[in-house]
Structures are given as structure tokens and as C-alpha cells.
Design a protein around this ligand. Structure first.
Ligand SMILES: [Zn+2]
Length: 495
């Protein structure tokens, strides 16, 4: 069982590498592990050596409605890749202590095969026992490993694959564990816990995470050109331009030249590819953030960005079809998204979402700037509403504002401009004006939201490649992890 970070990372890293080597030499291909809850069902014969190259894609907050929304917002004739995978399944997502889960409990289930309490990162609900992750099993089997996310690389979902921490909010403590994790490739967002305002609140301060990663032998790269220059076999942490939470921008706000999730996935495949195999987890983390904000346009566009990352794995699958397994799923649904609502009844017009040109979060940033500058009139604000969301005269006759809607916007505008200093929120707006704008557009498009947080609606599973058949059916998220270990032929999965 792995222990949380407890020593100089460089030493632990070397030790782990040596252990991996010893295991490689002495391995009988099978080891036993004590089960905490009675074990799980086995689905493949022992004779099956399992998939050598394994991808787990997690669309954070991506329920079936989010998938369909992503498809509906594509250009005519385009389609998503993963919904047409040959095997589909469904998982339930509840945590050990709450019907509606969070990303930590759900990530733990997907990474270890065990249910735990909300907020817990790959530890048992008692916060004492660490739970072995599939990444650690793959390392023990001599495979390379990668953890990729469009949000902070120390946030709950990615953290559950390499760290063990009682509280998901202990970001710096989680980030510290990266250097000793043995993970060969971290890609996407930055460690949020390393930002000075977060580090100042940490219990321990061992210094700058980037420096610690370098001391442990990692290449630390922060642009695409440097990432492309990293040689396979070199441990690497790669990040792109990120926000104050370490996350990449919503895909609809991303400048075209900036790295996206697909680039971090593609480069990860290049770095991890080797004859012993690899395991790679890729999270589309901002689908969840868009759904917390009830911003359908941003959610749909991030599903498409997630699909571009999946396509990189599919291209790899076509080069190694007998040895590759790709599983796409979600940790939970978010927002209670529905395609259809009370206002529109049978008349949905999802295409109206194309009039929204920036995320609600970015619109909220503009509103904050108006407030700071002062002197912005409601009429000027309405001009922006036309530009950024298509609402009002001009864009589309479907988007003319009713008298009630204009009053709703005016009230929200006044409330925002007269309120105290706005506080930035991780999941969207720090004002009431931008949610009102995006809310009206969502209603007109026929989109329904029932919540600003997660729901317990089961989420879909899509599988392609070697042992994909094992992912059919309707089962708990913990069983998905166990099937994945089995399908990958990882010794640690035998229970
Ligand atoms: Zn989540």
C-alpha cells in the first residue's frame, strides 16, 4: 500500500523506480491484495494478459445530456467519436456517505475500485487506509503512466489517481505528492496548490512545486514547443496558460494558438509509448465547471474539446488495435441538465447557443471590469448582451427580449453595479448580471437546468478495443475500476 508523501521526493522517486525494476525482474505476474469490502466480480479469464495500452477518459460532470449537447453544437456533418464506440454501459455514482457524490469520492471509486466519503482522495472513509490506485498498479507492472486534466492537476479527479489525502482541499499537500508519485507524465492544468495564496494556507511548506519536480528528475515545461522537445522516457510535467485555479480556459474562450486537452493527450501518448505498455487518465474537467455555472454553450464546447482528446487515443488504437483499450465515462452528472424545458415545451432550438461567443465566466470578468471602471449604462450593457449572447434586436428574431426579460436584466444589472466588491467564483459568475444573460439564452434554446451542483443521475460508459466487452451493462462506478484493472491485466486487480 502506498503511503502519503513522507520524505525527500528525489529519494522516493529513485526508490520507486528501483522497486519497479525489481518487480519487473521477480514478478510472477500475479499478486494478492487484501480486500476491504469483500472483493469484486472477475470478468476475464486469467489467461487473458489484458490490454497493454489503456486509456481512461473521464468527462467531469458529463451525463448523457451533456454528450448529446456536445454533439448538437458541432458543425453540421460533424460527430463525436466516442458515442459510436462498439460497447456502451452505464454506471451509478453514489459516494459511501452521500447519494450525490463529489469528484473526490467518484474519482477514488474510478481509480481504486472502492467507495469512499465525499472529499476524500484515494483513502478509505476512515481517512487512515490508503487505497491503491490503478496508476500505482500499472507502475508496479512496469508500465508508464500519465495523468492529464484541463483543470488544476492537483484537483480532485486527477489527484485520486496519484495522491492519498483525507481532504481534497489540501491542494498543496496533494501537489507535493506528485514528485514522489512515479507518474511519468502530468499534462494540462497547473498545480493550483502551488499558487502563493494557496501555499500560504498550507500546513507544511516544502517550497515551490516546480522546483521539487525538477529535483525529482521531471522536465517542467510550460509551452507546446518545449513539450514537443521532451524525449520519451523523461518524466515530465507540462502545463498550458491557465487561470487563477490552475485550469485551462473554457475551450470556447481559448485562443486558437494555445494548447488544448488534445495536445496534452497527443504529447502524452508520444512520451508514454513503449513496449511494456502504459496507463493514461485524461479528464475533461471543465465540462463540470460549465455545468456548475449552468452555461450550456461552454459545456457543449468542452465536450467537443474532450472528444478531440479522445480522437488522439483512437488514432493510437488504430496503430495497436489488438493491444489498446479506451474507456470513456464520467464521474457524475452536473447541473441536472435536460434538453427540453417548460418554456419551450417541444420547441427546442439548441442552435441559438451559437450566438454565445464567450463563456459566462468570461462575460462575468467583463462585467467586473465595467463595475471597476464605473459609468457603464444599462443600454451599453445591453449592447454587450447582443454581441456576446445574441440577445436583443438584430441577431435573430427568436432572441428579441420580452419586457419581462429586459426587466430581469435591468434588475440584475442594478444589483450588480450597486453591490459590494464582487468575489470571483470557481464555477462561473461573481455577479448576477451574466447568469441572467446566459440563463435567458439557455431558456430560449430549450435547455433545462435543475441544479448548480452534481446530481445522482447515472452516467454513460463507452468502450473500444481489447476487452471492451467487459464494460457493457449497468453497474456501480467501483465495478468499472475493477473491470478496468482486470481488462488491463494488472496483477493488483486480482481479488
Ligand atoms: Zn466531478
Amino acid at each position: 500500500m502506498p503511503k502519503p508523501f513522507s520524505g525527500p521526493p528525489s529519494f522516493l522517486f529513485v526508490l520507486k523506480r528501483m522497486l519497479t525494476l525489481v518487480l519487473l525482474i521477480t514478478s510472477t505476474g500475479c499478486s494478492s491484495e487484501v480486500s476491504l469490502n469483500g472483493g469484486g466480480q472477475r470478468f476475464a479469464s486469467q489467461a487473458d494478459s489484458g490490454a497493454r495500452y489503456v486509456f481512461l477518459f473521464i468527462g467531469d460532470g458529463m451525463g448523457l445530456a451533456q454528450v448529446e449537447l456536445g454533439r448538437a453544437l458541432l458543425a453540421p456533418g460533424d460527430s463525436l467519436s466516442f458515442p459510436s464506440f462498439p460497447v456502451t454501459g452505464m454506471i451509478s455514482t453514489s459516494a459511501a456517505d452521500r447519494y450525490i457524490t463529489d469528484s473526490a469520492a467518484a474519482g477514488t471509486a474510478l481509480a481504486t475500485g472502492y467507495a469512499t466519503s465525499v472529499g476524500t482522495v484515494s483513502m478509505a472513509a476512515n481517512h487512515r487506509d490508503t487505497l491503491k490506485t490503478i496508476v500505482e498498479m500499472a507502475e508496479g507492472d512496469g508500465r508508464r503512466t500519465g495523468v492529464v486534466s484541463s483543470v488544476g492537476i492537483d484537483n480532485a479527479t486527477p489527484a485520486c489517481f496519484y495522491a492519498h489525502e483525507p481532504l481534497r482541499g489540501s491542494l498543496y499537500a496533494i501537489a507535493l505528492q506528485m514528485a514522489s508519485s512515479g507518474v511519468d507524465y502530468f499534462g494540462g492544468g497547473r498545480p493550483e496548490g502551488n499558487f502563493p495564496h494557496k501555499r500560504s494556507r498550507a500546513v507544511v511548506d516544502r517550497g515551490d512545486i516546480d522546483s521539487l519536480m525538477q529535483l525529482s528528475g521531471y522536465s517542467v515545461v510550460k509551452n507546446s514547443a518545449s513539450l514537443r522537445a521532451v524525449m520519451p522516457g523523461t518524466p515530465c510535467i507540462a502545463s498550458g496558460p491557465s487561470d487563477m485555479f490552475g485550469a485551462l480556459p473554457f475551450d470556447m474562450d481559448r485562443p486558437a494558438r494555445d494548447a488544448d486537452l488534445a495536445l496534452f493527450t497527443r504529447e502524452g501518448i508520444r512520451l508514454l509509448d513503449n513496449s511494456k505498455g502504459f496507463f493514461m487518465m485524461v479528464e475533461g474537467g471543465k465540462i463540470d465547471w460549465a455545468c456548475h455555472a449552468n452555461d450550456a454553450a461552454a459545456a457543449g464546447r468542452d465536450v467537443a474539446a474532450f472528444d478531440r482528446a479522445i480522437r488522439e487515443a483512437v488514432a493510437f488504437y488504430h496503430r495497436h488495435p489488438e493491444e489498446t483499450l479506451i474507456v470513456v465515462t464520467a464521474d457524475h452528472e452536473c447541473g441536472g441538465l435536460s434538453l427540453g424545458n417548460r418554456d419551450g415545451a417541444y420547441d427546442s432550438r439548441l442552435e441559438l447557443l451559437h450566438y454565445q461567443t464567450i463563456s459566462m465566466e468570461k462575460l462575468s470578468g467583463k462585467v467586473a471590469a465595467w463595475k471597476k471602471a464605473g459609468g457603464v449604462s444599462f443600454l451599453a450593457a445591453l449592447d454587450s448582451v447582443r454581441v456576446f449572447a445574441g440577445l436583443g434586436a438584430g441577431a435573430d428574431s427568436e432572441l428579441l427580449l420580452s419586457r419581462d426579460e429586459e426587466r430581469e436584466l435591468r434588475d440584475a444589472f442594478r444589483a450588480t453595479m450597486s453591490a459590494g466588491a464582487a468575489r470571483g467564483g470557481q464555477y462561473g459568475a461573481a455577479d448576477s448580471f451574466s447568469p441572467a444573460v446566459v440563463g435567458i439564452l439557455n431558456r430560449r434554446a430549450g435547455v433545462g437546468w435543475t441544479s448548480n451542483v452534481h446530481t445522482a443521475v447515472p452516467v454513460p460508459v463507452f468502450a473500444l478495443g481489447h476487452n471492451a466487452h467487459m464494460f457493457a451493462g449497468f453497474y456501480p462506478n467501483t465495478a468499472l475500476a475493477r473491470r478496468l484493472m482486470q481488462a488491463s491485466g494488472l496483477p493488483g486487480s486480482l481479488r
